[in-house]
Design a protein around this ligand. Structure first.
Ligand SMILES: Nc1nc2c(ncn2[C@@H]2O[C@H](COP(=O)(O)OP(=O)(O)OP(=O)(O)O)[C@@H](O)[C@H]2O)c(=O)[nH]1
Length: 437
């Protein structure tokens, strides 16, 4: 028997029917709806939901009242009754009216993909910044979906879709929610300011940043832990990491860099999430190097890599130097291994293999170490001499008439930033000192 949505016991186990509507528009995007649905199953399980059945419909356009066709509504109702479901989760975004109509027709709690992701985020956020960002994303999502009386919200029972902003808060009117959004944005601005100060401090201290990015569940946290011995939360679940975690990571040459794990990416990452998490995600822009962790064992590896590149592009980080780490090679089939691209910028690894971790550390060191250049600086340009000392590692200096010759080791990122001032002083005829081994 279906449990009605009037229940308020927060311990109720959500038992859900999953529903996917494949419209012509979705077909045009080229995204695989079956893959999306598989991911929805994983998301639901991550949120602690028991998935009872999965129903699909193909339809040119969504129904404006129920999203799916009327016949399909009846099918969902019958399945829910037969299996004892209390929730229906839709793989696509629903409008407020569609949620209300479906609730009425089915007497089930109605959740869509975005709400499910936001709900997982709400359960995971730990830092103040993360908590503010999730609430902001949830309220931005809910505001345009509020009915005049907020009826759909007050009918929500316990379990998924109800974490984060408390029910009493949700029952208040739109103005109240707008005020709260304004307040959260102010709080977030404060947090962002503090974060910017920290970044400035890190930059001044010369700490080099390396960002781990990747599709959710690719193994970013595992790598962070393995590379730095950090105590990091790892789960075979989506979005185990929500708040960015930074740890010192020592390179083989002894230099320390700051390694940061960011929130996992996913296709159709709700735009409320991207907007609210922009400040966190933009940490990637501060990095000198991006380590793109890929689950090489996933049958959807290529789509996942594309999603990550697209989101990096949206964040303005597409041009960053990048090393692709094909992770979980230990569980890849020989065919999967063979399909992987190889060459510079690609490594095939298992996060559990010490040898592979050493190769990662070496690749990071090589990528960051940059090159040694000789600069011929006129003796009266003390400003350029001090710039060289500030941004590079001056190996030695010799006088040549009124000029000073500097041998300087510059990392690529610094050279990109400062090179324009120094480029015309590079002395290409000078002999480079031998590389340190
Ligand atoms: N077999 C195998 N499993 C791995 C490897 N690396 C990570 N895993 C497993 O993959 C799962 C996900 O790992 P996480 O490190 O939590 O992944 P994540 O990318 O941080 O995930 P999000 O927090 O969702 O972004 C865990 O069960 C890990 O134990 C690997 O090299 N080989």
């Amino acid at each position: 028997m279906a449990i009605t949505t009037h229940e308020t016991d927060t311990d109720i186990q959500d038992r859900a029917i999953l529903v996917s509507l494949v419209t012509d528009e979705i077909k045009r995007t080229g995204l695989d709806p079956e893959y999306s649905l598989q991911e929805l199953v994983q998301l639901a399980e991550t949120a602690g939901v028991e998935v009872l059945d999965v129903l699909r419909q193909n339809k040119e356009t969504p129904d404006s009242r129920w999203f799916i066709g009327k016949g399909k509504v009846e099918e969902v109702r019958m399945a829910a009754e037969a299996l004892g479901a209390n929730t229906a989760i839709f793989d696509q975004e629903l409008s407020g009216a569609q949620v209300r109509n479906l609730e009425e027709a089915l007497d089930l709690k109605i959740i869509d993909r975005t709400q499910l992701i936001l709900d997982i985020f709400a359960g995971r956020a730990k830092t103040r910044e993360g908590i503010i960002q999730v609430e902001l994303a949830q309220l931005s999502y809910l505001l345009p979906r509020l009915s005049g009386h907020g009826k759909n919200l007050s009918r929500l029972g316990g379990g998924i879709g109800t974490r984060g902003p408390g029910e009493s808060k949700l029952e208040t009117d739109r103005r109240h929610i707008r005020d709260r959004i304004g307040e959260l944005k102010r709080q977030l601005d404060e947090v962002v300011k503090t974060r910017t100060l920290h970044r400035e401090r890190r930059r001044k201290s010369g700490a080099v940043q390396v960002a781990l990015v990747g599709y959710t569940n690719a193994g970013k946290s595992t790598l962070l832990k393995q590379l730095t011995d950090a105590d990091v939360y790892i789960e075979n679940q989506l979005f185990a990491t929500l708040d960015p975690t930074s740890r010192a990571f020592e390179l083989p040459g002894g230099k320390e860099v700051v390694l940061t794990d960011t929130v996992g990416f996913i296709q159709n990452l709700p735009h409320e999430v991207v907007a609210a998490f922009r400040a966190t995600l933009e940490e990637v822009n501060e990095a000198s190097l991006v380590l793109h962790v890929v689950d090489a064992s996933s049958p959807n590896r290529e789509e996942q890599m594309e999603v990550v590149q697209r989101i990096l592009g949206e964040l303005g980080a597409a041009g960053k130097p990048q090393i692709v780490l094909f992770n979980k090679i230990d569980i890849c089939s020989p065919e999967q291994r063979e399909m992987l691209p190889s060459g510079p910028g690609y490594l095939k690894i298992s996060a559990f293999s010490p040898d592979d971790l050493a190769r990662v550390a070496e690749a990071v060191q090589d990528e960051l170490s940059g090159e040694t250049l000789t600069f011929r600086i006129p003796g009266n340009r003390g400003d350029l001499s001090s710039l060289l000392y500030r941004v590079g590692d001056v190996l030695d200096q010799t006088f040549d008439g009124s000029d000073i010759l500097y041998h300087v080791r510059l990392n690529k990122d610094d050279y990109e930033k400062w090179g324009y001032q120094l480029a015309e002083y590079v002395d290409e005829s000078a002999e480079q000192p031998a590389e340190e081994s």
